[in-house]
Write a new protein. Structure first.
Length: 87
């Protein structure tokens, strides 16, 4: 299932991903720090949403209370919930 998430309080404006039985693949960020976000996308490819949350939730960027990594953790939780609702 394709899922799109709109992050808040970060430089990236959109996170797209595929979710299949709680496993996240093909993560793509629009905007933000291109090199870092490509690396994060590659590192989390094939992980469960629980693994991604455990590793990334709560990461901050400078004085902000969040980061693109933290927003990804929130996005994968929302994607997993949406997948459950679909069936």
């Amino acid at each position: 299932m394709h899922y799109t998430y709109r992050p808040t309080r970060v430089c990236s404006t959109q996170i797209d991903m595929e979710v299949n039985k709680g496993v996240i693949t093909d993560v793509h960020f629009t905007g933000g720090c291109n090199g870092n976000l490509k690396a994060i996308s590659t590192l989390v490819d094939g992980m469960s949403y629980e693994e991604i949350e455990r590793k990334l939730l709560g990461n901050t960027c400078g004085p902000r209370p969040t980061s693109c990594a933290d927003q990804l953790a929130k996005a994968v939780r929302a994607a997993a919930e949406a997948e459950r609702q679909v069936g």
